[in-house]
Write a protein that binds this ligand. Sequence first.
Ligand code: HPA
Ligand code: ZN
Length: 334
Amino acid sequence: MSDEALIAISKRPKAELHLHFEGAAPPSFIRGLAKEKNVDLSGIFREDGSYDYRDFVHFLSVYEAATSVLKTPEDFARLCTAVLEQSAANGVVYSETFLSPDFCGGGDVGAWREYLAAIREAADHAERTMGVTLRGIVTCIRHFGPEQAKSAALCAAETADDWLVGFGMAGDENKGKQRDFAYSFDMAREAGLKLTSHAGEWRGPQEVREAVDDLRVDRIGHGVRSIGDLAVVDMLAEKQVTLEVCPGSNVFLGVYGSLAEHPIDQLRKRGVKVTVSTDDPPFFHTTMEKEYGDLARCFNWDASVFDDLTRNAIDAAFCDDQTRETIAKKLELS
Ligand code: HPA
Ligand code: ZN
């Protein structure tokens, strides 16, 4: 593929469905806040200024350390602007982001409302000035356990509306079972929220099946290791459960040795609805433009494949149909 063709693909308008809000914080933004608040975070950065961690579990603890300097609703509003500047610079016109009440008021509904209002105000401003539309997904954190997840689900249920559109689960997939969180997912579903859960990033196909069967999710975060059991792959295709695939994250964390070994192309060819996201872009040294360029180069995908990915993302977005139509036009989908 020519350089011009690659650039054209990487510059396409995009929709991103899987983005951890705090995980999208540029390291310079976190360092700036740490300085303002006199917090010593030098242990989580490398000399070149990037985040420093050894493996996935260590990544989660560095993530939580970085997040600890985000204290007030105003801090989160500033983060929102910094994150959406990156999205807009990468041609993203629609994004959904994972927000955790655990980090925004400790699971208290009243406090959560204040954080959410501040984030939403910053997002509305960014929509007017940068042309990127954001929606929120409340996310419980698996390694904090099912009881704490109930507080997150209550926050989500109490604030479900046209902006706060989903509920999900992130965190350490190797802790507990999907079904331990069924109470929280049921509460969120009853409040009208759409559902997604991280599964099949670290554990295998059975974990993906359990997320679908036990939590009745609409989408799966990652889901790539479903490739180990074609019956699970076919179930995803048949039920049209969309995968939020984050190829650069998977390669950076060593789930796959290289992009060429990543199953996204096989999943797509077997009929699974796949989409592309960055997960925690500065942590994994990626951007949406980089993801698109790398995929085009590695799998020789032409514009029609990216049209399919974009269509999948807009079809599986948790926003209301009016927003979906507006975004589809911006994404140049007919
Ligand atoms: N995976 C799982 N949990 C997370 C992540 C992630 O990439 N980022 C923040 N929490
Ligand atoms: Zn994730």
